[in-house]
Ligand binder design. Sequence first.
Ligand code: ATP
Ligand code: MG
Length: 186
Amino acid sequence: MRLFIAVNLPQQVRRGMWEAAESLRARSYPIRWVPPDSLHLTLKFLGEVAAEREEEIVGGIRRAVKGTKPFTLPIAGFGAFPSPVRPRVVWVGCEGVPSLELLQHRVEQEMDRLGFPVEGRPFHPHLTLGRVKRGVKQRTLAGFAADLGPLEYAAEVLVESVDLMQSELMRDGARYTRRRKVELEA
Ligand code: ATP
Ligand code: MG
């Protein structure tokens, strides 16, 4: 099964992000939007994993969260990777607060011990709102940066747990289900 480790967001925040991007969705750019119930912060993508390894992974997550108390995560602003003028991934930003950095690093370390390769790229925490469809022409995205610019959303999320998530790739996007919730503890 395809697994990843994520921080899920309160319904109110997911709704707020979704509504704040309404005017952008209305422009009908060739973007696959993440449904509001699926908006999340990925800490570690594990990929295809044998079902028998689930308990081992949960154990790794339990070790990783030791030492991180529940913390407040400020999220704010819209952006796109690699850039608003050549968007591939549209997101709402979150600040790299020390508790989040520590948590992500600890998750990375524990998953490394279990044989999941360490992410080569630096951690850029973000909440993916949408992904530009494959193979679209750049000109179909003309105006995107200007439409993204004025969008605003800010909130504070209380992070109290980390979830082991399963992803099933469907024709119209991934479907996520929570397999396990691990509470943060000091
Ligand atoms: P789709 O792949 O159909 O666009 P998706 O990206 O939402 O959908 P998954 O590919 O299963 O679904 O990814 C699950 C989560 O892991 C998402 O947050 C995704 O951004 C993240 N992710 C996927 N692949 C990687 C990767 N190679 N490195 C880091 N994060 C990844
Ligand atoms: Mg993907």
